[in-house]
Design a protein around this ligand. Sequence first.
Ligand code: WTA
Length: 647
Amino acid sequence: MKETVTAALYAPSADFVRRAHVKGLDEWRVLFERAQNDPEGFWGELADKELYWFEKWSKVLDWSNPPFAKWFAGAKTNISYNCLDRHLDGPRKNKAAIIWEGEPGDQRILTYQDLHRFVCRFANVLKSRGFKAGDRAVIYMPMIPEAAIAMLACARLGIVHSVVFAGFSSEALKARIQDLEAGLVITADGGWRRGKEVKLKLTADEALAECPTVRDVIVYRRTGSEIPMMDGRDYWWHELDDTVGDHCPAEALDSEHPLYVLYTSGTTGKPKGILHTTGGYLLQCTMTMKWVFDIREEDAYWCSADIGWVTGHSYIVYGPLSIGATSVMYEGAPDTPRFDRWWRIIEKYRINVFYTSPTAIRALIRQGDHWPNEHDLSSLRLLGSVGEPINPAAWEWYHRVIGKGRCPIVDTWWQTETGSIMIAPMPGAVPLKPGSGTLPLPGIAADIVDMRGQPVAADREGFLVIRQPWPSMLRTIWGDPGRFKEQYWTRYPGVYFTGDAARRDADGYFWILGRVDDVMNVSGHRLSTMEIESALVRHPKVAEAAVVGKPHEITGQAVCCFVTLKKGDHDIDSLAQELRQWVAHEIGGFARPEEIRFTDTLPKTRSGKIMRRLLREIVTSHSVTGDVTTLEDLGVITKLAAQQEEE
Ligand code: WTA
């Protein structure tokens, strides 16, 4: 890295630097170089200092069988112990661990002691129902503290959890339960979103009809609405809770014990179950809370993500609780009852550090500055962004209108697979450039390479890769180690392929350009083109479908589907609506296509491969326009492009 970094646009204020965990570029450089020269020594020291271990490791990193890493091999620890028990000996005992607000305005504050007690009791419930280390539990919950309690109770006993985002449909839920062969589903009657009840138990029931491995369904009562309970399978959380005690020691688990599986979209129709394990995952979550969010003991920290995505796992639950922070959690939508709900929450709880997504920022910009301006946001010290590239205009607004020009913005690049933040500024050290994630964190060997795996020159585009294993890396794809190898480790042997394109400027700053595979990023949620295509062709009237991401002002990308129909008379207007609804039913409302375009042919190469590249061009450049529901004749361009493609 060159010294010209100091010429960047936004340097932290002297006041910010003075109180930061890492002060100035010199301190950053010492850490970075130490990690580079001796990664095992570096991570080993941090693991020793920052986490509690029942037994220490024999080796920091066992990379003898790549790409299957073992971090802190042979050590014993427990994440729930690290997030709860170890805080109970001192002043954190009565500190708020979770401050929660429901959409209707109800509130709960759980101290570390409370949270510990609730987790122990629920772990006792799980034990009493016969669940044990290695079993799999699917968590399908609204954004309520019990979602975190369920996760921590599973972690306490070594039960592998898999949180399924509450916006997923019964079909998506079923596929995940089946893939995991889960014995347990933890859900709720419903949750609140935009003033309406999201009826989770009813959706779960549809999925459960075809999930023979599930023995128990535990249901938390959140909304109080009438729901069917199946005798011998369904149990109320509060009734089981009445039967257990408060005492439940945390199990000493192997550092590589599986913690959770989180499904994410890949390049095929089948979602990938990303597996994270214990010691290494927790260490990197813990360190990034300090390095990137610069959390202080007295802070109120709020990550607005949903617990169903990786951001919720690492930065609402495990990271914040491991460092003994106060994590704020909000159940509902940002516009309910009005567009100032988030700013109201920041004002009310005096939030110091706020972490959200560019899509949310853009949606709120559109509503006008008067919403945030009506509130006192002076408690904010630091802002964060995640999930997709943040465009400079949104960055500037976030900085000026929300941060009042005072708060650094940490743009954090990472993935479900990486487990925690990989590229991001340490805000008291690294000057910011709007739109850049800046520099890799210590111990993260990020690089940008060409097709042959050679590093590219400054300002040239290439593929973002990680050259060395890191503690919170995914360990495999559940049940499919072959796909794990093939997907991430074969393009450049021994090097992790991220699937993102990026460039690095002359200061060494990373600029993420987006996905290079058939994965779209809609509102910061990953969607696979193949998954939506497979959903569409399951519809009886659809012959073929091709899906591409279309640039969208608010959500970054929007789902655009090109569809050919089977022979017959079709009412195209109503069919477009029906297909949008169909995709929502097959996957979830957040995957609902923005646009369905009917066409009589799909552009294909002469060997029959659909040319999504061409369709992407069409939706990006608007070279073919028209009513969303009119029949498009792509014949001519298709023929031309097919010739070009194969010349
Ligand atoms: C994209 C979310 C630019 C990227 C934590 C990555 C980003 C994918 C950023 C992972 C960022 C995430 N700047 N792009 N700060 N953060 N991405 O698994 O394409 O839901 O590969 O994890 O989101 O999405 P995932």
